[in-house]
Design a protein around this ligand. Structure first.
Ligand SMILES: [Zn+2]
Ligand SMILES: [Zn+2]
Length: 339
């Protein structure tokens, strides 16, 4: 089979390799779609001994000893090989498992290959009616977004408005998710005009980022938004998000950052009873309800897709992706459909 090899410094080759064999409790998946993601950056820069790619959808073609999914099952791959027994797994946050055995596409082989072997519990079967591109888009792109909204209780409270800080792939996924759950007014802040225009097309009010963003948001929502989702990972934007949040509001942080955020608990949280939440990936139990939103036509993850390319074009795909002028970029290790 063909697989991508990340050599470092942005160089990626495609080489022939042996098809993996499914081990005990594993299934072998023929990869239909694998989606580019910002969290591949480290492997893109430094190279990787495993095959990256963690937003995978495909079809089970073979099962290992003890696995029972029927061959032919279509679905998506949950990237965390979770334990199923720790406190976080028990609390419905298997994406943040405390004793995970590995992360598919990070410390074990992932989906930039024609075939990938994954633990059976990580394979999330989908309805026959769901397109496999949509299945892949239900992972990081909109799965992470829907989990953040569930963390904030937004599916029940359905706030009148919400602010999204950072309109990269995750932030744009949040815009779609907010629309899907019926939040009326969505504002999106970013510094890149391409992303602001993308957010506008998805139905959000675009707000150019930077110091002026505070006044621009207040001009639309004088009392501040009751819900803010921080997807930029930039401490300055996190700071602004806290300042903009309405008293009693909830801030959910999904953007990982490399620098700390200074917090003055009295002013920032206690006096205005603001809630600060972290949200990591999602739980497999959320996958089916999210899939239903797609089948009902409420959630349209494919609106985030801008490019579809062959595995052989992966180096070029990442160049485009890092330039910041794409939405989600899909690769097809088995060849681009209809090409
Ligand atoms: Zn990802
Ligand atoms: Zn666990």
């Amino acid at each position: 089979m063909q697989r991508a090899v990340f050599l470092g410094e942005g160089r990626i080759t495609v080489e022939q390799a042996l098809e993996p064999q499914p081990g005990p409790g594993e299934v072998l998946v023929r990869v239909h779609t694998c989606t580019l993601c910002g969290s591949d950056r480290g492997m893109w820069e430094r190279g990787s001994s495993v095959t990256p790619g963690h937003e995978v959808a495909g079809t089970v073609v073979e099962v290992g000893p003890g696995a029972s999914l029927p061959a032919g099952s279509r679905g998506a791959v949950f990237l965390v090989a979770y334990c199923g027994e720790c406190g976080m797994c028990g609390a419905g946050s298997r994406g943040a498992c405390l004793r995970k055995e590995g992360m598919i596409g990070f410390d074990r082989d992932g989906g930039y290959a024609e075939y990938v072997a994954v633990p059976e519990r990580c394979f999330l079967p989908v309805d026959d009616r769901l397109d496999l591109d949509d299945a892949a888009m239900l992972l990081d792109a909109t799965g992470t977004a829907m989990h953040a909204l569930r963390r904030a209780g937004a599916l029940h409270s359905r706030p009148s408005s919400a602010l999204v800080m950072g309109a990269g792939p995750v932030g744009l996924g949040v815009v779609l998710a907010l629309r899907a759950v019926g939040v009326g007014s969505v504002l999106a802040v970013d510094i890149a005009s391409y992303r602001l225009e993308f957010a506008r097309r998805l139905g959000a009010t675009p707000i150019p980022g930077g110091e002026g963003a505070f006044d621009a948001v207040r001009a639309v929502l004088p009392g501040g938004p009751p819900l803010v989702i921080e997807a930029s990972g930039n401490p300055a934007a996190q700071r602004q998000a806290l300042d903009l949040l309405a008293p009693g509001g909830r801030l959910v942080i999904v953007g990982h950052s490399r620098k700390p955020l200074e917090l003055w608990t009295s002013r920032d949280l206690i006096q205005q009873e603001k809630t600060l939440l972290g949200s990591e990936y999602f739980d497999p139990a959320e996958f089916e309800p999210n899939e239903q939103l797609v089948l009902q036509g409420k959630l349209a993850p494919r609106e985030l897709i801008t490019h579809r390319m062959d595995l052989g074009e992966i180096e070029e795909a990442y160049r485009l992706f890092w330039a910041g002028e794409t939405g989600k970029v899909l690769l097809y290790p088995g060849g681009t459909p209809n090409a």
